[in-house]
Design a protein around this ligand. Structure first.
Ligand code: GRF
Length: 212
């Protein structure tokens, strides 16, 4: 069975879904890494007998030395895939370049719209008709790697940032296991900063699942 390392900083509800759908997507989670000792996702891993480690950024003098230690820890598992699931750290190019085509992230917006934080409030403020989440390959530039897939919904007149965040989170839980399954089945690659699925280049938005 191919294996993956999952990086978290917080609640880990995406991690939970990846644990619960392990039989469907076919990737073993060999290690969960958190930069925060109080991340609830660590409890989730323990409850399911999955190895976890805390690597606190506070124990390192700068980003570069932290990322060197992080890269070593990830590599010790020889993972087929590295999954960022709410890992709230900007990664150095030196780290990212070691895992090109094997590291994915989930982001709560329809990238390239709204990289960074406060995505739900920004989509509302802009008066967007649609919002959603994106899974993309990680490249050195933040939230800018080629899209693999998006799940989108229609913004309702009654939505606020909180309700949108919750509705998008539900979509994340559908989307991430699907993308991991493609990777496990060897259907998904990154070539020349473009995502390919089933031997075909994907459109810039990736494969779109429309829930609107
Ligand atoms: C998600 O909204 C994800 O898109 C973002 O961080 C959040 C993690 O949520 N990158 P959880 O910890 O998986 O519940």
């Amino acid at each position: 069975m191919p294996n993956m390392v999952v990086l978290i900083s917080g609640s880990g509800s995406n991690l939970q879904r990846l644990i619960d759908t392990q039989d469907e997507h076919g990737m073993k989670i060999s290690l969960v890494i958190s930069n925060r000792a109080d991340a609830y996702g660590l409890q989730r891993a323990k409850q399911h007998g999955i190895n976890s480690k805390v690597l606190s950024h506070k124990d390192y003098s700068d980003r570069s030395t932290y990322d060197q230690a992080l890269a070593q820890l990830i590599k010790s598992e020889q993972p087929d895939l590295v999954v960022l699931a709410g890992f709230m750290r900007i990664l150095t190019p030196e780290l990212v370049n070691q895992f090109l085509g094997r590291m994915i992230n989930i982001h709560p917006s329809l990238l390239p719209k709204y990289p960074g934080l406060n995505t739900h409030a920004r989509a509302l403020e802009a008066g967007d008709e649609h919002h959603g989440c994106t899974v993309h390959f990680v490249i050195p530039k933040l939230d800018a790697g080629p899209n693999i897939a998006q799940a989108r919904l229609r913004i309702l007149a009654s939505d606020n940032a909180n309700s949108l965040q919750q509705r998008v989170h539900q979509l994340e839980h559908q989307l991430y296991p699907q993308v991991v399954a493609w990777f496990a089945q060897d259907k998904l690659q990154m070539n020349a900063e473009q995502s390919w699925l089933d031997g075909q280049p994907l459109k810039p938005q990736g494969r779109v699942f429309d829930y609107s």
